[in-house]
Design a protein around this ligand. Structure first.
Ligand SMILES: C[S@@+](CC[C@H](N)C(=O)[O-])C[C@H]1O[C@@H](n2cnc3c(N)ncnc32)[C@H](O)[C@@H]1O
Length: 197
């Protein structure tokens, strides 16, 4: 159990060298639409945690699949230790590599975690879910980030509060964001809590 409000987390018992395979993200293969539906149903039943991870190896290609076609891995009912890996903004110690085995389809592949640097024994393993914490249009609300990174996108948003202004033609608040490159993090998903990722 983490001490900084992230719920359960995954720690390594041994040192792991940079570039090492750690584990795969295992779950049921659903369409994104099915996944959103399940998350809503769980929220209605008062179950807070869901573990969907969006599959899309075409990140950055500009071709976005519709929710009925896009696939995700839902580790809520069936999964492995990977579902306990918490999010860290930008400087996480794991990266996700799509591994195509049965088919070269960029939307149906295995999700493998590798270390992005040397990790010391007992360190928490984290990866960047790619959450856009300012995305108020996302069907699933993002959790409040406690990653502790100095690059935390959530903290940046709070610090920038005084840069927000009300758009003259909108009821929404518009904020200037430093980390506004959508190709870096707006498409990646993976989160929980009836919350996000
Ligand atoms: C894949 S699960 C990780 C395991 C989860 N902590 C648990 O207890 O089962 C993702 C969920 O963990 C929590 N979480 C992960 N990273 C977090 C962070 N940086 N800050 C706050 N909560 C986080 C959120 O509730 C998120 O929806």
């Amino acid at each position: 159990m983490t001490e900084d409000g992230k719920g359960w987390g995954l720690h390594t018992l041994e040192d792991i060298p940079k570039g090492a395979f750690v584990c795969e993200y295992v779950g049921e293969v659903l369409t994104t639409a099915e996944s959103f539906h399940r998350v809503e149903q769980r929220q209605r039943r008062g179950e807070l945690l869901s573990y969907p991870l969006l599959l899309d190896a075409d990140w950055g290609s500009g071709v976005a699949l519709k929710d009925e076609k896009a696939l995700c891995l839902d580790a809520t009912e069936y999964g492995n230790i990977a579902r306990f890996i918490n999010h860290r903004c930008f400087d996480s110690n794991l990266i996700v590599i799509p591994v195509e085995i049965e088919t070269p389809d960029h939307h149906y592949y295995h999700v493998a975690f590798f270390t992005s640097r040397k990790v010391k024994a007992m360190e928490e393993l984290t990866w960047d879910y790619g959450i856009e914490f300012d995305d108020i249009d996302h069907p699933i609300k993002a959790f409040s980030c406690h990653c502790g990174s100095k690059y935390c996108r959530s903290i940046k948003r709070k610090r920038r509060k005084n840069l927000c202004f009300r758009h003259p033609f909108s009821i929404a608040w518009v904020c200037r964001t430093e980390f506004s490159d959508p190709s870096r993090w707006s498409r990646a998903e993976g989160s929980c809590n009836g919350a996000s990722m």
